[in-house]
Design a protein around this ligand. Sequence first.
Ligand code: ZN
Length: 329
Amino acid sequence: MSELHKFLFEGLPVRGMIVRLTDAWTEVQRRRAANSSTGPYAQPVQALLGEMLAAGVLMQSNIKFNGSLILQIFGDGPVKLAVAEIQSDLSLRATATVRGDVPAGAALGEMVNLHGAGRCAITLDPKSRLPGQQPYQGVVSLTNADYQPLAQLSDVLQHYMRQSEQLETTLVLAADDKVAAGLLIQRLPIEGVANLAGQQPGEAELYEAQMYEHYNRVATLAASLKREELLTLDVETILRRLFWEEKLQRFERFTGERGPRFACSCSRERVGRMIQGLGNSEANDIVAEQGAISVDCEFCGAQYRFDAVDVAQIFKTPGEQPPSSSSVQ
Ligand SMILES: [Zn+2]
C-alpha cells in the first residue's frame, strides 16, 4: 500500500520525508494502458510521470495548504504535457499527452525540452478561493542558472524549491512500473538566531555555520541513495542505511485513507449523463459516424466507450437517468 513517512533530525534544523507509491501508481498506469486510443505509457514517460507524482506528494506534504498542488510540464518534444495533481488529503491523479514516438531510454530533455522551450509549472489552487483570487503559480525553465539543460526532474524541482521557499532542498526520485518513490531532505530556518546575535560577536554566524555543516552532511547522505535502492528497499531499510549515525525523530506514517491514494472524479455514469445531455439524435449521429462515443478523462486518461447498444440503453432505460428525489429506484 502507498505510504508517506515524515521525520526530523533531532537537534538539527533539518526535516525529511519519504514517499512510496505502489497501488496508487499502478492505478494511474492501469487507466492509461486500458485506453485503446493511447495505449500504455512508453517507459521514459512512465518514469517521468511517476517521479512527478512522488515529488508532488512530497511538495504537497511540505506546505501547510488546503487545496490542490498541480505539477505540470509543458514540453516541446513528444511529451506535450505531463500533469500530476495532489490534494491536501493526499489523493492524487496524473496523466500525460504524448504526440509521436518516445524512444526507449529517452532523457528528460529529449521528451520535454527538445528546443529549450520546456517549462515546469507548480500551481497551488486553494480549495475555497476568495472572489477574484487567482491560484498561485510558479514557473521554472528546465535549464540551470548557466542555461544548461537539467537532466533530472529532481534538479528542476530542487531549483524551484530553493527559489520559491528559500530553503535548501535535496530530492531523490525514481519510478518504474510498480513503484514511484521519493526522498526529500530540507533545511529549516533556524529559530533564535536573532537572540544570539546580540550576545557574543560572531556567535550567531558560528552557530549558523555549524548548522549548515549538519545540513550538508545529511544532504550528502541523502544524495547517495541510488534509484535502484529507492525502488526496491522498504522505508525502514532506506532510513537505517542512510542515517544510521543520525538521531531521527519519526512520526506516524500516512497510509490507507490518510495516505497517498488514487482518486479521480470521472465515472462511466458521469459520461453517460453527458451523452444524455447531447440528446438522442446527436448521440446516434456520432455513433453512426465513429462506431461509438469515446470519451477520455483529461485528468487520469481513463477511456469511456459507449457503442450503439450502450447509447440506446442511455435513452431507453429509466435506470440510466440521473437519480433524483422522485425517481430513486
Ligand atoms: Zn479520470
